[in-house]
Design a protein around this ligand. Structure first.
Ligand code: SF4
Length: 432
């Protein structure tokens, strides 16, 4: 049975029991949200060593980091290092998206090495293997697509992006409406090419019940991939995107009816003023299941700084109700990220989601800031560094231009405002 089916039967699983404590809820409250489909618990039944997380309404906003080889850069030791860096920076989940080298072996290594939830996009590996076997992605066989979903589910992948909410009607609309960037989803591009080549409906849409059967068997959380997400500000909230959300909502209903845990993926490039409407539309049409977004990237003009454009959008989106944010790194749109890019992307996204969690009233968010404020007032530098979102960076910067043992910092030195005022008020303290 899946966590969803158990929750509907009123069973408090060990995962719900533990995660309720982590999130600051009662177990029955969290169980009710799981039963409604508003919260998912990421944990494949096959994984014995993993630690589940909960994603959804009223919970801390979670952060995902993508890793994976490309055909041009196949270095699994580097990808392994990036996962370690992402975890050290505070990522809640990892999506392993390799499209070069021995993906089966790497998935096994990742699943055996790390305990946090691991996600994938099975269509990527199907496409890779299709090129090796038949010479091109568009020659993928339908059975290959479902065999790959089962293979990865059986291996222990906890959540999968499946681009099922893409059908002929959407592709036709896309063709006729004149988008600037057409399709920017890799899985969406593979499947659109396949659909045009064969003149047939997307098998993941047409045979969606087969996807559900596999997810149900292993309790894989289905993440309905956003194949049609806008790839630039100009394309945001166009007709094709909205139609994709409508189809996603229909598939969500079928997943919930089948007892499959489900979330829905969203954009992508969205101007700030359209973020609340985008989230509202998705939540309303998709039965309030968790919303998993990339970014949102709020402008197209910042290659090299897209962790910042992503963080601006992630903050607005999380405040508006997004539950799970895929990070964006400074390398987005430019090249495969390095470990340093991964670190910058995770920290930027965590800052965005934490700032949103303060607004959302998530338990523990404001308390963290209050503790920092008190440490600042006390000029307690060790405590400030300990409470920093990125302690090694805070420690390094503090050490660069301060005298050993200095009470204030080199920003104002002897004119440390709060120290002076504190002395007048008969208190010790400092800081701006
Ligand atoms: S008030 Fe100025 S000197 Fe004092 S801790 Fe803040 S920045 Fe540093």
């Amino acid at each position: 049975m899946t966590q969803l089916i158990k929750a509907r039967q009123g069973i408090i699983t060990p995962e719900v029991e533990r995660l309720a404590k982590v999130e600051g809820l009662r177990a029955d409250e969290l169980g009710e949200k799981v039963a409604q489909g508003r919260v998912v618990i990421l944990k494949n039944k096959q994984r014995k060593n993993s630690v589940a997380i909960a994603i959804g309404e009223g919970l801390r906003t979670k952060v995902n980091a993508n890793v994976g080889t490309s055909p041009d850069c196949v270095d699994f030791s580097d990808e392994l290092h990036k996962i370690k860096v992402a975890i050290a920076a505070g990522a809640d989940a990892i999506m392993e998206l390799s499209i070069g080298g021995d993906v089966d072996a790497f998935h096994r290594q990742v699943l055996n090495t790390f305990t946090l939830p691991i996600g994938s996009v099975p269509t990527y590996q199907t496409g890779m293997e299709s090129i090796a076997k038949y010479g091109s992605v568009v020659d993928m066989k339908v059975e290959d697509m479902f065999e790959m979903i089962e293979r990865q589910a059986e291996r222990g992948i906890d959540f999968m992006a499946i681009h099922a909410a893409l059908n002929m009607s959407i592709v036709e609309r896309l063709k006729n409406q004149g988008r600037i960037t057409d399709i920017v989803s890799r899985g969406g591009a593979f499947l659109t090419g396949w659909m045009f080549h064969h003149g047939q409906e997307n098998p993941l849409y047409a045979q969606f019940d087969r996807v559900l059967e596999i997810c149900k068997k292993y309790d894989v959380t289905l993440s309905i991939g956003d194949a049609i997400r806008p790839g630039c500000i100009e394309d945001s909230l166009d007709r094709a995107q909205v139609q994709g959300v409508v189809v996603a909502g229909e598939l969500v209903k079928r997943a919930l009816d089948a007892g499959v845990q489900v979330m829905v993926e969203g954009p992508g490039h969205v101007p700030v003023d359209q973020i609340p409407a985008t989230i509202l539309l998705q939540k309303q049409l998709c039965h309030h299941v968790p919303y998993y977004i990339l970014g949102n990237l709020v402008t197209d003009i910042a290659p090299g700084y897209d962790h910042i454009t992503g963080a601006i959008g992630a903050n607005a989106a999380a405040i508006a109700g997004a539950d799970f944010i895929c990070y964006v790194t400074p390398a987005e749109h430019l090249r495969l990220p390095t470990a340093e890019d991964v670190h910058a992307g995770v920290i930027a996204t965590r800052l965005a989601t934490h700032a949103a969690d303060i607004v959302k009233g998530v338990k523990g968010a404001r308390e963290w800031d209050l503790a920092m404020a008190k440490a600042r007032k006390a000029l307690d530098w060790d405590k400030q560094i300990e409470l920093s979102i990125d302690p090694p960076t805070a420690r390094r910067i503090r050490g660069e231009r301060n005298e050993e043992g200095a009470e204030a910092c080199s920003m104002c030195g002897g004119f440390c405002a709060m120290k002076l005022v504190g002395e007048h008020l008969g208190k010790t303290g400092g800081c701006c």
